[in-house]
Ligand binder design. Structure first.
Ligand code: GDP
Length: 465
C-alpha cells in the first residue's frame, strides 16, 4: 500500500511539550537512535535541564538549548504505519506567529499539544484560532503530561471537554482528542500500561487518520509559476506545484497575468518524463510558443477555455500579529500568496473580531486595526494578482502580509471580485487575450504601466521586481 504523504504543524502553548512529543515519537518510530537521547540526557544533566532530552531532537540550536525554547521552525520526517509525515514544529513563544504562517499554509492538519494539568492557555486558544483562520479544518489534540494527573480518566475527561468547547468555538468541526504522556511514552504509538482503561486511538493512529487536504475535486487546471528556466533542447520550462486539475502533453495553457498562451510539449514530475500530471504534483512543463520573458514567477497557468482570473478586489479574513502601528483603510502591504508577491491596499474593514473572545467588535471599534486584531477586510491589489477563495482553492487563498521587511499578518481569501476582461481572441501572434479595467477602460499594457507607476508610490521608492 502506498503511504499517504502528510504535512502536520505542531501548535500549542509554550512548555506544553511540543518538542518533547515529536522527539519521543521519532524515537519510538526508530527514526532517532536512543543513543542520541542518552547523549542529550548527559548534556542536559550538566546544564540542569535533563527534562529536555527529547525536545532537543527538535531544538538543535544552542540558543534554543540554553533558553529551553524552540526558536525557529524545525522540521522532521516521521514515518508512521500508514503515512510519511512532514512535521513542522514552530516556536511556542511570541515570535511563533511570524513563522507559523509559512508552516500552516502548506499543512494538512494541526497537532495541538496541551498540558492536561494546565489546560487551555492563551496561546492554545490563539494558535487554534489562527490555524482555523489560515484554512486548516482538521486538528489532532494531544492532551499531554497525563502522568502529571496520575493518568486519571476524570482529570483527562475534564481537560478534553474544555478543549472540545474551545475548538468548536474556534470553528473546528473535526477533532481527535488523544491523551498521551510524551515523557513516559504513553499512548503515542502503543496503548496499555497505566492507561488500560483507555479504549480510544493512539496518537499515531489519529495522525494516520488525517487525510491530505489535497485539491478540491473538479475545476480547471491551475499552476502558480514558481520559476521559469531556459533549457537547451527543451526551450522554456515552467516549474511549479499544480494546485488543481490536470495537465496533459499537448494541452494548450494560458499564463495570467502574462496574457500569453503556450503548448505543453513535455512534462516532468519528480525527475521523470510523464504524459500527464495532476493536483499535488510538483512539475516542470516545457512550453512551446512561450518565451522566457513572457511568463514569470507569480503568474498562474490554466486552460485557455477557463483561464485564471485577475482580482480587482477581494475579501479576506486576516490577523495582524506584529507591531504595524494603527492600520486604517489606505494602508498598504505586500501580499505573499502562492508564488506571487504583490502590493495591496486596504480598502475597508468590514468586521473586526475581539482578540480575547473572538466575538465581532462593535462598529465604532471597526475604524482601525492594530497588533493582535483579526478582521474581515477588503483589499485591492495594486498589481495584477490571481487569488482564489478558500472554498474553491485553499492553496491559492492563504497569504502572508508583509510591510517593510517584516511579516505583519496572515489571512485567507473569502471571495474575489474578478477584473472584467475580454474574451480570448486570436491575433497574428497566436492566442492571446487582453483585459480591460472596468472603470478606466485601460488595456492590459497601459494598466500594467499605470499600476507600476502607482506601486512606486507606496513606499516612496521604486518597487523591486
Ligand atoms: P514546548 O515548549 O511545547 O516545545 O515544550 P517542551 O517539549 O520543550 O517541554 C517542556 C517541558 O515539559 C520539558 O521539561 C519536558 O520534559 C516537559 N514535558 C513534556 N512532555 C511531558 C510529559 O508528558 N510529562 C511530563 N511530566 N513532562 C513533560
Amino acid at each position: 500500500m502506498e503511504k499517504k504523504r502528510l504535512t502536520i504543524i505542531v501548535l500549542g502553548h509554550v512548555d506544553h511539550g511540543k518538542s518533547t512529543l515529536v522527539g519521543r515519537l521519532l524515537v519510538e518510530k526508530g527514526q532517532v537512535h536512543p543513543g542520541e537521547i542518552a547523549r542529550y540526557a548527559a548534556l542536559g544533566a550538566e546544564m540542569g535541564k535533563e527534562s529536555f532530552k527529547y525536545a532537543w531532537v527538535m531544538d538543535r540550536t544552542d540558543e534554543s538549548r540554553r533558553r529551553g525554547l524552540t526558536l525557529d521552525l524545525n522540521f522532521a520526517d516521521l514515518r508512521t504505519r500508514r503515512s510519511d509525515i512532514h512535521i513542522i514544529d514552530a516556536p511556542g513563544h511570541r515570535d511563533f506567529l511570524r513563522s507559523m504562517i509559512t508552516g500552516t499554509t502548506g499543512a494538512d492538519a494541526a497537532l495541538l499539544v496541551v498540558d492536561a494539568q494546565e489546560g487551555v492557555m492563551p496561546q492554545t486558544r490563539e494558535h487554534a484560532r489562527l490555524a482555523r483562520l489560515m484554512g486548516l479544518d482538521r486538528v489532532v489534540v494531544a492532551i499531554n503530561k497525563i502522568d502529571k494527573v496520575g493518568f486519571s480518566p476524570g482529570a483527562i475527561g475534564n481537560a478534553a471537554s474544555e478543549l472540545k468547547a474551545m475548538l468548536e468555538e474556534a470553528g473546528f468541526a473535526q477533532m481527535d482528542l488523544i491523551p498521551v504522556s510524551a515523557w513516559e511514552g504513553a499512548n503515542l504509538t502503543q496503548r496499555g500500561g497505566r492507561m488500560d482503561w483507555y479504549r480510544g486511538r493512539t496518537l499515531e493512529e489519529a495522525l494516520d487518520g488525517v487525510e491530505p487536504r489535497g485539491a478540491p475535486a473538479g475545476g480547471s487546471f491551475r499552476m502558480p509559476v514558481m520559476q521559469v528556466l531556459q533549457i537547451g533542447g527543451v526551450g522554456t520550462v515552467v516549474l511549479g506545484r499544480i494546485e488543481r486539475g490536470e495537465v496533459k502533453e499537448g494541452d494548450e495553457v494560458f499564463a495570467v497575468p502574462a496574457g500569453k498562451a503556450g503548448v505543453a510539449r513535455s512534462i516532468e514530475a519528480y525527475g521523470k518524463a510523464v504524459h500527464a500530471a495532476s493536483a499535488g504534483d510538483t512539475v516542470g512543463i516545457g512550453l512551446r510558443n512561450l518565451g522566457l520573458q513572457e511568463v514569470s514567477r507569480g503568474d498562474v497557468l490554466g486552460p485557455t477555455d477557463d483561464p485564471p482570473r485577475i482580482a480587482e478586489e477581494f475579501l479576506a479574513k486576516i490577523v495582524l500579529f506584529a507591531d504595524c502601528g494603527v492600520v486604517r483603510p489606505g494602508w498598504s502591504a505586500y501580499i505573499h500568496c502562492h508564488t506571487a508577491a504583490v502590493p495591496v491596499r486596504l480598502e475597508a474593514i468590514q468586521m473586526k473580531y475581539r482578540p480575547d473572545s473572538g466575538e465581532a467588535a462593535t462598529d465604532s471599534e471597526c475604524g482601525f486595526l492594530a497588533d493582535g486584531d483579526a478582521a474581515l477586510v477588503r483589499f485591492k491589489p495594486q498589481k495584477p494578482l490571481i487569488i482564489e477563495s478558500s472554498d474553491r482553492l485553499p492553496g491559492m487563498a492563504r497569504f502572508a502580509l508583509r510591510a517593510g521587511r517584516e511579516t505583519v499578518g496572515a489571512g485567507s481569501c473569502v471571495s474575489v471580485k474578478p477584473l472584467e476582461r475580454q474574451a480570448l481572441q486570436k491575433d497574428e501572434s497566436g492566442l492571446s487575450f487582453s483585459y480591460k479595467h472596468r472603470k478606466t477602460g485601460l488595456g492590459a499594457k497601459e494598466l500594467k504601466e499605470r499600476k507600476d507607476r502607482e506601486a512606486r508610490d507606496i513606499w516612496g521608492k521604486p518597487v523591486k521586481k
